[in-house]
Every structure is written in C-alpha cells, then in structure tokens.
Design a protein around this ligand. Structure first.
Ligand code: SF4
Length: 59
C-alpha cells in the first residue's frame, strides 16, 4: 500500500488534489494535507500526476 505525502514547501494550495481525491487530501491554511493514508477509489497516482508543482509523492 502506498502512502501519499505532500511536500509542504512546494504545495501552492491549488486544490487539484482535493478535487480529485477528497477522501485523502484536504486544503487547510492554504496547503494540502493528507488526511487518510489511502483511499478506496484510486491509488492517488492521478493526483501525483496532476499536481502542478510536483508536491505529491507516494511512499
Ligand atoms: S495539487 Fe499539489 S499544489 Fe495543488 S493543493 Fe495539491 S499538493 Fe498542493
């Protein structure tokens, strides 16, 4: 099981990841935070690929 991680220094809070996978990503204080280590809907690769600044990685 992969765990999504957001690099807080890179995230610009655009909300794309939250839109794609709201069960895993939540925007708070202008940054995306991982609120669940995994979701049943996807492996979050789409969020990784869609982040405009490459802030999301899977560990
Ligand atoms: S898609 Fe990337 S830059 Fe946008 S909120 Fe998510 S982690 Fe931050």
């Amino acid at each position: 099981m992969t765990k999504p991680v957001v690099n807080q220094d890179l995230c610009i809070g655009c909300g794309t990841c939250e839109s794609l996978c709201p069960s895993v990503f939540k925007i708070e204080d202008g940054k995306s935070h991982v609120i669940s280590e995994s979701c049943d809907d996807c492996d979050c690769q789409e969020s990784v690929d869609s982040c405009p600044v490459g802030a999301i990685s899977l560990e």
